[in-house]
Design a protein around this ligand. Sequence first.
Ligand code: ZN
Length: 167
Amino acid sequence: MIFWHTGLTTVIVWFVMRGNPRVDYRVVAVASLLPDFIDKPVGRIFFKERFGSGRLYAHTLLLNVALFCVLFFMRGRAKRQFVLVPISSLLHLAEDGMWSKPRVFWWPFFGSKFPIDHSPWSWSSYFRPGIIVQEVVGLLLLLWLFGSHGKLNREGLANFVKTGRLE
Ligand SMILES: [Zn+2]
């Protein structure tokens, strides 16, 4: 899912941080997809036989909390930007409802092997009704957020792409 994660994550981060002009929402949007950018190619394409699942290491609480620890070694602007990465990727886990997959979420406490996901998966399974509803919700949230900040026009979008700022 793309808009489900970018839409929900961006709106939640905006809601918490609104009024803070230094938030780069481009970082938020990209990082909201980070767990899938990592796990989907690994578990569904490159090591399909071995894992057979699109939710692996990057969908674990451990790895996402570890990302926060990287912040100890950073300072200034880089730190302010990077803090948005673990926040956004943790929100991704929540949006995936990962607590219902405790063997992945709490990895490796319930065993180091990731469970195989037997639900049918192919490019066409992306177009299932449940997923479409979630994508539409995410897209509407994004449209609302951008619209309410006057960004739904060529100039506004160009400005966003350049600065990552909403307000
Ligand atoms: Zn995911």
